[in-house]
Write a protein of this length. Structure first.
Length: 181
């Protein structure tokens, strides 16, 4: 497994590891327990990724003793709005998530933006890990902690910078992408 430690100067406690390997998601339960990140987890994903990977990932985590719920939103650029983040936050409240819990983002760039923004503002910030499932998310949007939502005046006009606790890049997800990616 390739592990990269991203050290950010000037940011207290914001360095994190990026794990890269086919099958690396299988190490997430032991990572969460070892690092003591959260007591309950919200998997934030879009509806397409939920169908492809979310439900089986939820079962895998539960089988390994991880308390988790899945919260999804409609995918696509039109969902990249503050209203979507608000709906996700309302669902987190309804499922009794608090600041001692954590978020697991599963998906591409839009899921990363929505989940990262949610993690940065829900109860004034909660830990999260990221599992990118698209090539662009693996090499760009999942790295660096930048989040953004669109306004009618343009893209990414509202956003935060909030670092994950870790990024898990599982190369198996590349096998399901179109050849053009």
């Amino acid at each position: 497994m390739t592990t990269i430690t991203l050290r950010l100067k000037g940011h207290i406690n914001s360095s994190y590891k990026i794990f890269i390997q086919e099958g690396v998601v299988n190490s997430i339960p032991s990572f969460l327990k070892k690092e003591n990140i959260g007591s309950k987890y919200a998997i934030i994903t879009d509806s397409t990724t939920k169908k492809l990977y979310g439900d089986s990932f939820l079962k895998f985590l539960r089988k390994n003793g991880i308390k988790t719920e899945i919260i999804s939103f409609s995918g696509g650029e039109l969902s990249k709005r503050l209203e979507t983040v608000e709906k996700l936050a309302e669902e987190m409240v309804n499922k009794n998530f608090d600041r001692k819990d954590a978020i697991i983002i599963l998906g591409g760039g839009i899921a990363g933006d929505m989940g990262g923004m949610l993690a940065s503002i829900y109860m004034r910030g909660m830990p999260y890990i990221q599992i990118p499932t698209t090539l662009l998310a693996m090499v760009d949007s999942a790295i660096g902690g930048k989040t953004g939502v669109d306004l009618s005046g343009g893209k990414n006009l509202l956003g935060t910078t909030y670092q994950p606790k870790a990024v898990f890049i599982d190369l198996k997800y590349l096998k399901t992408l179109p050849d053009t990616q």
